[in-house]
Ligand binder design. Structure first.
Ligand SMILES: Nc1ncnc2c1ncn2[C@@H]1O[C@H](COP(=O)(O)OP(=O)(O)OP(=O)(O)O)[C@@H](O)[C@H]1O
Ligand SMILES: O=C(O)C1=C[C@@H](O)[C@@H](O)[C@H](O)C1
Ligand SMILES: [Mg+2]
Length: 161
């Protein structure tokens, strides 16, 4: 079976769903955190977003196709290089698409995982990013699943159909 990448906005459940889909999964944010030895939010503070994006691209290219399921970070589609990589690879790219306000509520509630992109912005600013990224997710996705008001188990079933 082809490897499957999960893409989508912060809070759409990429990391949650990846774990449920297969034992052989990898989460790119987790790999980056292991590499840098600090949280993503501390890394943003010390080194900035541009450095994080470099690491993200490097990690995407190095670990990806050796696993069955790969959950990406919400900003993976920001780079043309990453989008091209996903388009060229012989893989499934599943876009988990959800209602902005529901995802925003989850992001704010998820105290274990602080998203620097979200906490440094107002709801309106983040909504602009969500709208901009929606087109980019669409452009690389081979499949799209609506996650609004669905349990992780329901989403897993849909992906496996
Ligand atoms: N279908 C769902 N229903 C309810 N809660 C969910 C669902 N999917 C994920 N969550 C919760 O939403 C929060 C964010 O989920 P998760 O970390 O999997 O998102 P993500 O897409 O990986 O985000 P990021 O892009 O920041 O990595 C977590 O607290 C998770 O438990
Ligand atoms: O949407 C984003 O830009 C991000 C999402 C997270 O998964 C992390 O990759 C990081 O916090 C940036
Ligand atoms: Mg995640």
């Amino acid at each position: 079976m082809k490897p499957t990448f999960l893409i989508g906005f912060m809070g759409s459940g990429k990391s949650t769903i990846a774990k449920l889909l297969a034992d052989d999964f990898v989460d790119l944010d987790t790999v980056i955190v292991e590499k840098i030895g600090m949280s993503i939010s501390d890394f943003f503070e010390q080194f900035g977003e541009a450095k994080f994006r470099e690491l993200e691209t490097e990690t995407l290219k190095s670990v990806s196709t050796t696993h069955q399921i790969i959950s990406t970070g919400g900003g993976i589609v920001m780079s043309e290089e990453n989008r091209q990589f996903l388009k060229d690879a012989d893989v499934n790219v599943v876009y988990l698409e959800g209602d902005f306000d529901k995802l925003y509520a989850r992001i704010l509630a998820d105290k274990e995982n602080i998203r620097p992109i979200a906490i440094s912005r107002t709801r309106e600013e983040l909504f602009d990013i969500y709208q901009h990224r929606a087109d980019l997710y669409d452009a690389v996705a081979t499949h799209k699943i609506c996650v609004t008001d669905k349990t992780p188990e329901e989403i897993v079933k849909e992906i496996q159909l």
